[in-house]
Design a protein. Sequence first.
Length: 331
Amino acid sequence: MPHTPETAPADRPRVVLLTTSHRVAPGLLSWPAWEALRGARRVVCADADHPLLPYAAEAGVTVEHAAPDARALVDACLADGGTTVVVAGAEGEPRLTDGLARLAGSGREELPELELLPGSYDLPGARLLDLVQVMDRIRADCPWSSRRTNEDLVKYGLEEAYELVEAIESGDREALREELGDVLLQVVFHARIAQDDPDEPFSVDDVAGTIVEKLIRRHPHVFGDASAETPEDVKAHWLRTKAVEKRRDSVTDGVPLEQPALALAAKLAGRARTAGLEVPLPAGEGPGYALLALAVRAEEAGTEPETALRAAARTYRDAIRAAEAARTGTG
């Protein structure tokens, strides 16, 4: 039996508030939304520039440009019968919905049936589109942001990365969410600056597209026919694919020398071990060579020396504070 949008008499008074997401192409409405629009006796929209209107016109739906208050809308719907669809703007229709709520709450009013009908929904990641739009606006209108270069932002990227590490290690979930946002801002900001490059421009979409392609290539056990039963299998897939892509002459190629020293030592040791190279530690005197040996042993044992030292340093900091408090009598 074919589906029909109305199971009650066609002249039943009904007000439908149709909401849409500005992050979804305006013509992509749910089927119930299109049924409501095409079957309505009256369709009104306060925003004459609403992106849905051209699609509604193409579908043969006449939309009245009007912003009726709750009282006028209810009276007209009761008098005319049938369905009145209100196409909500990006911010919803708070004045109208507040007015309808007051009428319904009085208990003394005759009201048509009231319905909220979402015509489209945000997809996961939709707020990223908002971030890109906000960054575009800031880049265009902010005197500071409009003059920044990728080089200018390097120090901020380092600071935000360290603050993210601190949030993770502290276990503070609220701080983690905030610091992830700050790191994400750095990515979007850098990409927006790159978009203005006169010689080799690229956009945040190019950045996202590049990492999507890389993730798919390096996960053949997820997107292809390869198999991986253990984390070690996954790492092997990743390294093999990476080696083919990069065509490197040495396992040390691509290891950034600017990273913290303990992390650098562990990374070099891990590369050598993975490649099956037995490289004796360089002989030398002094704390540098002793720290190198400790970092290599930690990496072999599966411990990140940088993380371990930070944890020990935090304990040392707490001990210093305790000693200070004891000396001043505030503890």
